[in-house]
Ligand binder design. Structure first.
Ligand SMILES: [Zn+2]
Length: 61
């Protein structure tokens, strides 16, 4: 099948588009230079670590 390659052997998934910028984590004040999404200006921004924590909190409820 010619289309086998399309779904199979998908080892390198496409790179996620990162938004470049200069923010500070609302939790630990760490510098953030890129995010996987465009942050809302009226929302707290979290670094990867704090995001993970927040998500874990939510899931363990
Ligand atoms: Zn943080």
């Amino acid at each position: 099948m010619a289309f086998d390659n399309f779904n199979g052997g998908n080892k390198n998934f496409p790179p996620r588009e990162m938004v470049k910028g200069n923010w500070k984590c609302s939790e630990c004040a760490k510098e953030i230079t890129e995010l996987p999404f465009a942050p809302a200006p009226d929302r707290p921004i979290y670094c990867k670590d704090c995001w993970g924590k927040k998500r874990a909190e939510r899931f363990s409820r």
